[in-house]
Design a protein around this ligand. Structure first.
Ligand SMILES: Cc1cc2nc3c(=O)[nH]c(=O)nc-3n(C[C@H](O)[C@H](O)[C@H](O)COP(=O)(O)OP(=O)(O)OC[C@H]3O[C@@H](n4cnc5c(N)ncnc54)[C@H](O)[C@@H]3O)c2cc1C
Length: 309
C-alpha cells in the first residue's frame, strides 16, 4: 500500500511509512506496519480515520503503546497514533476537558497544580488519557472510570458521538470501548477540590513507590502488569495479586531468550536488548502453565497481543 496515495489525509498528520512498532511501544518490541500516522489533535485523528474508512483501509489507534505486545512479524494494518507530550487540558471549576492524547501522568500533575481532583493515583502510570479510559486504568484501589463524566468518541465507521461516562461500562481494567473499538477523542472529568500541598506530597510518595518497586520502562522495557489480578472466590474478598500466584508457582526466575521477570515483581516482564516479542509471548505461556499446574486455573493476560504469535 502506498499511503501517500491517500491524498485526503489531513495536512497536520505526519506519516511514517513502514514504521517499526518497537519505536512506539514501551516494550520496545514489534515489527513494522505499512504506515504509522501521527495525529496531533482530535480533528486530525478523526479526519485521518474517516479518510481510511472511505478508502477501505484497515487501521487501529494506539496511544503510548504501554499496554501492547506487538508481534515481531509486525501488523498488516495502518496504525494511527494519538499521543502527545503537549497536554491539552482546560480546567473549568471542578471539571476538566482533556484530550485523549494527553499523557495520563501530565493530567495528574496538572490537576494537582490546579487544586482539583484527587488524581494523584494516576501519577507515574504511563500511557494516554484515551488508553487509560479504554482500559479503566488505576492503582491503589482507584480507577479513572470513577471520574469520567462524558467522552467524545470516534466510532470505527468514522462518526463522532458524545457518550456519558455511565454508559462506558467500566469494570476492573475494562470498559465497553475494549469491545466496540471506539476511540476517546476528548474526555470531561468531574473532580473534587483538593489541597495542593497534600496532593503534591501524595504524588511524590507514589512516584517514589513506583521508582523503587517498578521498572523504568525507558531503561528496562516492559508494559506493566502482564496478567490481570485474579477474581476473588467470594464476593467479600478483594482481587488477588497475580504476582503472588506466580511466585508461589515458582515462576520468579523464569526467562525465555531475552525476556525475564522483573526481580521485584513477578507479574512484570522486562525485555532485555536481545529479546524478541516471541520470547515475551513464550514466557507468558510458561507463566500461565506454571500457575495452571500449581493452582488449576488460567491467568488472563492484561497486555494486549497484536499480530501473529
Ligand atoms: C511501567 C508501567 C507501569 C504501569 N502501571 C500501570 C498501573 O499502575 N495501572 C494501570 O492501569 N496500568 C498500568 N500500566 C499499563 C498502561 O500504562 C495502561 O494500560 C495505559 O492506560 C495504556 O495507555 P496507552 O495510551 O499506552 O495505550 P496503548 O498501549 O497504546 O493501547 C492499549 C489499548 O487501548 C486502546 N487505545 C489507545 N488509545 C485509545 C484512545 N484514545 N481511545 C480508545 N482506545 C484507545 C488501544 O487501541 C489498545 O487496545 C503500566 C505500564 C507500564 C509500562
Amino acid at each position: 500500500m502506498d499511503i501517500n496515495e491517500l491524498v485526503s489525509l489531513p495536512a497536520q498528520t505526519s506519516i511514517v511509512p513502514n514504521a517499526l512498532l518497537r519505536d512506539y511501544t514501551t516494550f520496545q518490541l514489534g515489527g513494522a506496519c505499512p504506515a504509522l500516522i501521527d495525529c496531533p489533535d482530535a480533528d486530525a485523528l478523526a479526519s485521518a480515520a474517516q479518510c481510511l474508512v472511505a478508502e477501505g483501509v484497515e487501521f487501529m489507534v494506539i496511544g503510548q503503546g504501554s499496554n501492547l505486545l506487538v508481534s515481531d512479524k509486525g501488523l498488516d494494518l495502518v496504525v494511527l497514533r494519538y499521543c502527545t507530550e503537549d497536554p491539552a487540558a482546560e480546567f473549568d471549576g471542578l471539571r476538566v476537558r482533556v484530550s485523549g492524547s494527553t499523557l495520563f501522568d501530565d493530567l495528574a500533575r496538572l490537576a494537582i497544580e490546579q487544586g482539583v481532583g484527587d488524581l494523584s493515583f494516576c501519577s507515574g502510570i504511563p500511557g494516554t488519557v484515551g488508553g487509560a479510559i479504554a482500559g479503566n486504568a488505576g492503582a491503589f484501589g482507584r480507577q479513572i472510570g470513577d471520574v469520567v463524566e462524558s467522552v467524545d468518541l470516534l466510532a470505527p465507521d468514522g462518526s463522532r458521538h458524545e457518550v456519558q461516562g455511565a454508559e462506558l461500562g467500566f469494570e476492573y481494567r475494562s470498559s465497553v470501548l475494549k469491545q466496540t473499538g471506539a476511540v476517546v477523542l476528548n474526555a470531561v472529568l468531574k473532580l473534587e477540590t483538593c489541597d495542593i500541598e497534600t496532593m503534591t506530597a501524595e504524588r511524590e510518595r507514589i512516584m517514589e513507590l513506583r521508582r523503587t518497586k517498578h521498572p523504568n520502562w525507558r531503561a528496562s522495557p516492559c508494559a506493566g502488569s502482564v496478567f490481570r489480578n485474579v477474581e476473588p472466590t467470594s464476593a467479600a474478598d478483594r482481587r488477588q495479586a497475580a504476582g503472588w500466584f506466580l511466585e508461589e508457582a515458582g515462576a520468579k526466575n523464569f526467562h525465555v531468550g531475552g525476556a525475564r521477570l522483573f526481580e521485584k515483581h513477578a507479574n512484570i516482564i522486562v525485555a532485555d536488548p536481545e529479546a524478541t516479542a516471541q520470547d515475551v509471548f513464550a514466557l507468558t505461556e510458561k507463566m500461565i502453565a506454571a500457575v495452571r499446574e500449581r493452582f488449576g486455573f488460567e491467568l488472563e493476560r492484561e497486555i494486549k497481543l497484536l499480530g501473529e504469535f
